[in-house]
Design a protein around this ligand. Sequence first.
Ligand code: MGD
Ligand code: MGD
Ligand code: SF4
Ligand code: MO
Length: 841
Amino acid sequence: MLGFDSSTSKLTRRSFLKAAGATSLGAAAAGSLGFGGGALAALAQEEAVPENEEIVSTICSANCFQACMLNAHVRDGKVVKMSRGDYPEEIYSGCCLRGLSIPERTYSDNRLKYPLKRVEGTERGAGEWERISWDQAIDEITTQLKAIREEYGPRAVTFGFSSGNYRGQEAATIRLAFTVGGCFLQLMYDWAVGWGTNRVIGGGTFGYSNEPKDMVNSKYIIVWGTNPVLTTPQTWRIILQAKDNGAKLLCIDPMRSATSHYCDEWIQIKQGTDLYLALAMLNEIVKEDRIDVEYVKRATTAPFLIRQDTGLFLRRSDIEGGELADVRDAVTLNTAGSTKADPAYVMNEVTGEIALYTECDTPVLEGEFEVRGIKVKTAYSALKEHMAAYTVEDASELSGVPVETIRELVDIYTSDEPVMAYTQFGIDHYRGSHLWGQTLAIIAALTNNLSRHGSGLGGPGCPKGALAPLYVNPVVSTGVSPVDIANMDPRLCSAAWLETVRTGKYCGEDYPIKAFVGATGNPASNYPQQRLWLEDVVGNLDLIVTTDIEMTDTARYSDYVLPASFWLEYPDIRGNFSNPYLVYGGKAIEPLWECKNDSEITTLIAHGLGYEEHYPYFTDEEWIDIGLDSDENRARGIDHATLKEKKAIRQLGTEEEPWMVGGFEYDNEFPTPSGRAEIYCEIPTACYEYGQDWQSEAKDQQFPVWLPPFENWPGAEIRSKYPLGYLQLHQRGRTHSQWFSSETLREIDKEPLLHISRPDAEARDIANGDVVEVFNDRGRCVVKAVVDDALPEALCYIPKGWQRSQFIEGGYQELTANRADACAGSYVYYDTAVEVRKVEE
Ligand SMILES: Nc1nc2c(c(=O)[nH]1)N[C@H]1C(S)=C(S)[C@@H](COP(=O)(O)OP(=O)(O)OC[C@H]3O[C@@H](n4cnc5c(=O)[nH]c(N)nc54)[C@H](O)[C@@H]3O)O[C@H]1N2
Ligand SMILES: Nc1nc2c(c(=O)[nH]1)N[C@H]1C(S)=C(S)[C@@H](COP(=O)(O)OP(=O)(O)OC[C@H]3O[C@@H](n4cnc5c(=O)[nH]c(N)nc54)[C@H](O)[C@@H]3O)O[C@H]1N2
Ligand code: SF4
Ligand SMILES: [Mo]
């Protein structure tokens, strides 16, 4: 029997250094970097490269978007340390302590080393494991899966994957699901702001920014709802370069975040009110026409005529009839360029007649007209009318941001200098955040802050980041036809899945879910409202199988745990969000213990289920060939051998001309139905459909509207019962739950702590180090408190990623709610209210 206790990893600092083969601590060198002594200092140490050392170029694969190239230093078949690798461009090269501590994780005692089976007769989560052979594991797992599929059909098995390894292998689980058939979980982590920007500038829910290095050309960078000092440290270096070049940095955040200290101005905002602030800014801009008229006429839909009877654009087919007689055919196509199939009309200033937007350079921007008996209005006029309700005075009262500061933000946007709004997911995690994205994208479009250098709406960045789609469809990527693709259900939304497990129903249909097979994710820890996982999933499923590197919350509550090879143990490739490169990650060491990589494990499962023919085994090298096999790559000269030799190849833009949204990639168009920035969304829809009523909200969202958060904004009723807003901020020492057991990183961040403001602590008689209970109707946890003067009254947080065993009781994720905005696709993690009380000891 094996027992795991991740709260106190048995690896001491000494044994880590020994395992990693480091020799001396070099305290002087490390001290000069400000790390003090200890294992952290060892990470920062520089030494001459000994002769017997081989350096393998690789890439960090955690989901922090930064994708640092790293060098693995190998001696006698062991990785002894990591060092920063080099992109072809210095500006993208960097690393952090997590990357440097990869050897510790690689050799950690918390690594899963052998297939494990829950000891029969013990409860899930009891932590008692039996080591078994791979043969036994695969045989037992597939026998049970077969029986479940026979009795309930393929839908009874759910496959899950997430962001654990942002390289090609991550797609193995997707390929397995597509091949054998089953449900596949659509994650709802961070697509909300992007869903709003997508309504305006297209590009999908994750591709709404210019290439990050273009920020060095910015004159104003508004860091809005993100804490890049901790969460995107490499992109943050670029922002600091912009500052050196004279850019003014502003930070809009309810708390005095690590980032706010580096900015020229910190604009403190009340939690959950950013949407109102943005709406008022937009009103202020259009009210006085402080827009770039020439750009707006050419690059946006502002001059398009909206029919007052249908709310749709007046189109060619309305006047001429023709194939697309029902205008909705064109609209609902809703794919890039589809409006061109049936173009909208504008009013031609020169002729006084309507003209197709594709043929008119002199459209009227404002006005109401009657065309062949149909009343129409320009989108810009309609926007102006709609926005008038959102005054700066109301916005100021709600958000706490002074009127003059709101005006200053408007002045910045209308200053003629390029403005970048750099955001990530601090706002994304609230109800209504897609409308904030929609508003900011409209502001950027009207002020020409999308298509020129230094401008834009920041975020994850380059759209070639995810490699998974390359492997998603095995027909395309492997040439092998999956037999059960008809049984594949790719859109089972995670927000509804937990209920589906309990009720057996999804969108009114039968879904008798009986098994969960997951890899590269830690859903028990990262899904909201953790008790639902512990009760609905753990309590109802017949089989839970998890493939991971470590004994996580999810693995701990599983029946079988399969040990995955870690990133240095096989070659792979990665596309990036924070830079435009495709990178080769070399193999530095042989797989440790009995670990196998995800593609091999999924192959074993597929074969055990009888799909040998449809799921052929591919070697790591073949897998890379498949991932790179596309006409686009061929056209760019990207193939396996070249990538291996060059280590990193640009996928978008050039060193001289960085990639820009609405720029090079799309032939000077936006990837929207009209090819323009769409300030009016003809038919607003939901990002995902999972049985929720999204229509009643979407119908009012052609232009952005105020939609208050569920729990965290000044007017929320629940705050009389649970008066504190509760965040779970992403921390320097972990990427989500990865590195949770790292002893080295726990030197800076030892244990979970509740950060609470001084007034809230005093009101509850809480002092530093006191043990407190954080609770609401959904759950609770018990932790030590720290009084944190960075926080305003009524806001508290516990850093994200700690596992349940690291809490005194409960877990930080019990408090969040299993819900999302009806239209946007993100869980509303930060839209959570709690109360805190001191625990008497
Ligand atoms: N309360 C709260 N919860 C949140 C958020 C929040 O702000 N607040 N943020 C959400 C967001 S934005 C995100 S993106 C999610 C992230 O949620 P996840 O994607 O689940 O993130 P990780 O915790 O990094 O889990 C990845 C797992 O993959 C494992 N892994 C790493 N490499 C490999 C590999 O090669 N093979 C296999 N099989 N496993 C591997 C890691 O050990 C780790 O356990 O969390 C969400 N959860
Ligand atoms: N070190 C580290 N880096 C990471 C990750 C990690 O776990 N660890 N995760 C990665 C992933 S997948 C993601 S999604 C990103 C997340 O990256 P970020 O979005 O930068 O991270 P968060 O910790 O969610 O916090 C963002 C900021 O939003 C602020 N905020 C909260 N509520 C509001 C509000 O109502 N209005 C405003 N204006 N601000 C608000 C918080 O105070 C905080 O300063 O980080 C990525 N990078
Ligand atoms: S965790 Fe992120 S910032 Fe740190 S080395 Fe890895 S990719 Fe770079
Ligand atoms: Mo995320």
